[in-house]
Design a protein around this ligand. Structure first.
Ligand SMILES: Nc1ncnc2c1ncn2[C@@H]1O[C@H](COP(=O)(O)OP(=O)(O)OP(=O)(O)O)[C@@H](O)[C@H]1O
Ligand SMILES: O=C(O)c1ccc[n+]([C@@H]2O[C@H](COP(=O)([O-])O)[C@@H](O)[C@H]2O)c1
Length: 225
């Protein structure tokens, strides 16, 4: 425990559109937490994925509410912190988070579908140098992820989950591939089954602890964990 306190909590970051959030998000997050020995996870609900069209995207408030419902009673914090920042690019978000929480150890979590197109993200090698990346197998995408341009570069940094879990210090780049009983659920499926899902969520964005920390305490030295 003393060791954990010195290094700060181990935190998994799952960025997403969450349009809407679903049981697959919760399941892969809890699985990744167990496999990597994480203390908590943060779901970063994106105001707008730079590579996705806005058409068909529900309001941010509804997506955040759906994420809160899906994360209920799990050690998962939901935030839309990126709405306060000028950039929606992940590389900028991760730099800002690491600056704000220097003692925390962060790992970026994403599904295999995102690894397949990771080479199209802004400064993707830069992202890999900021924090370790864990990729979760996803039905229908694993072959494309393995054959992807990003994987051609990242594969030299592979670490298995068991040795990653034992590491006190984390270094980057590091790539951990997580394979477990693959989860076929997707937001696309849910939107097809229930196109009006967003109308069930009222109230927009409620209190957001990460936003509060960033906006109201700035870079205070006390808030490192
Ligand atoms: N079933 C799943 N298995 C593995 N990863 C998943 C799964 N569902 C979502 N993810 C991952 O969670 C993150 C956020 O996903 P997102 O909110 O886009 O949901 P989605 O189901 O992929 O949505 P859509 O169907 O609209 O593309 C992404 O990194 C995505 O790869
Ligand atoms: O930074 C980029 O260039 C970039 C390009 C595509 C996606 N992303 C991020 O990837 C995360 C997953 O997005 P999505 O829509 O697949 O759930 C989310 O946090 C997006 O902001 C980031």
């Amino acid at each position: 425990m003393a060791h954990k306190r010195r290094n700060g909590p181990r935190t998994g970051l799952l960025g997403g559109s969450f349009n809407p959030a679903h049981g697959g998000h919760r399941r892969i997050t809890l699985f990744a937490m167990a496999a990597l020995g994480l203390d908590e996870a943060w779901w970063l609900v994106s105001p707008g994925n730079p590579l996705k069209p806005n058409r068909g995207m529900a309001p941010l408030g509804a997506r955040v509410c759906s994420a809160r419902a899906a994360a209920r009673r799990a050690p998962i914090r939901v935030s839309a912190i990126e709405r306060h920042w000028p950039s929606r690019y992940t590389v900028d978000t991760l730099r800002a988070l690491v600056r704000r929480w220097p003692k925390r150890r962060f790992v970026w979590l994403m599904g295999a579908d995102n690894l397949a197109q990771f080479h199209r993200w802004k400064d993707w090698r830069g992202i890999a140098k900021i924090m370790p990346i864990a990729v979760i197998a996803r039905p229908g995408y694993d072959a494309a992820a393995i054959a992807s341009p990003a994987m051609a570069w990242l594969r030299r940094y592979r670490v298995d989950a068991a040795s990653f879990r034992k590491r006190g210090k984390w270094s980057a780049p590091a790539l951990i591939e997580l394979r477990f009983d693959p989860d076929p659920r997707s937001a696309t499926q849910l939107r097809h089954a229930d196109p009006d899902w967003a109308s069930r969520y009222h109230g927009g964005l409620l209190r957001d602890q990460l936003t509060h920390d960033i906006i109201h305490t700035g870079n205070s030295k006390a808030g490192g964990a």
